[in-house]
Design a protein around this ligand. Structure first.
Ligand code: NI
Length: 228
């Protein structure tokens, strides 16, 4: 097992209630931060030894990571860290670009002063956050706060699901945009929501998605070009 992963295990230990939770969160962090590279096989016996737990929580954690699209089970190889490609990222961005404007449009007329304050606080937190995983979570919460009053539970659930699966690309996304989470667009979107300007809010969101998509495309073509 890589030295990187044992460091992550060392620092993660006591925060978790169950062995499964500990293994799942630690592996998730190691995958998202790039400590474990895409394509790496995750062998259950090795992980059980590294984590000093039995194989049951390892198996369960790997299943949970599979559900989050971070791990694939391949025939004859077992669990493998997913290979993230530009196509995967573009697929996710296209789904989000279809769902999120619709959720935002329906939600704006129902947003309250309390929602605006929550959104404002989340933006202030993003400004001061350094940890990429935490930035991703705050970004998701900010967006979901603005979509949450859409009144259509399945649309909201689907939107949240695809926003959450974008965490897989977070490391690439931050590298692509040089750590800029699009806070100017977030603020512009929030200001438009406050005054009930649906068209401006939706247009700003489209720009937010478009900029991220362009940055990812450029990042991957540079990365994949450099490998050839
Ligand atoms: Ni955002």
């Amino acid at each position: 097992m890589s030295a990187g992963l044992s460091d992550v295990i060392q620092s993660a230990g006591p925060r978790y209630r169950t062995a499964t939770e500990f293994v799942e969160a630690t592996l998730r962090e190691a995958i998202l931060s790039g400590v474990i590279a895409p394509g790496t096989p995750l062998r259950q016996e090795e992980l059980a030894t590294s984590f000093k737990v039995s194989r049951m929580p390892i198996r369960e954690a790997l299943r949970q990571l599979e559900a989050q699209a971070l791990v694939d089970f391949e025939p004859h190889r077992g669990a493998v860290v997913v290979q993230i490609t530009l196509l995967d990222a573009m697929d996710n961005y296209a789904i989000r670009a279809a769902l999120e404007p619709q959720a935002l449009r329906l939600s704006i007329p129902n947003l309250t002063e309390e929602d605006f304050e929550i959104a404002e606080d989340l933006l202030a937190e993003i400004d001061h956050e350094q940890d990429p995983g935490r930035m991703g979570e705050l970004n998701r919460r900010f967006h979901m706060t603005l979509y949450a009053q859409a009144g259509l539970p399945r649309l909201i659930a689907l939107t949240e699901q695809h926003l959450a699966s974008a965490d897989r690309y977070l490391r690439f996304h931050l590298a692509a945009v040089g750590g800029d989470m699009g806070q100017d667009e977030h603020r512009e979107m929030l200001a438009a929501c406050r005054i009930g300007d649906v068209e401006r809010a939706v247009a700003t969101l489209a720009r937010h998605h478009g900029r991220a998509t362009d940055a990812m495309r450029a990042f991957f073509s540079a990365r994949d070009g450099a490998r050839e």
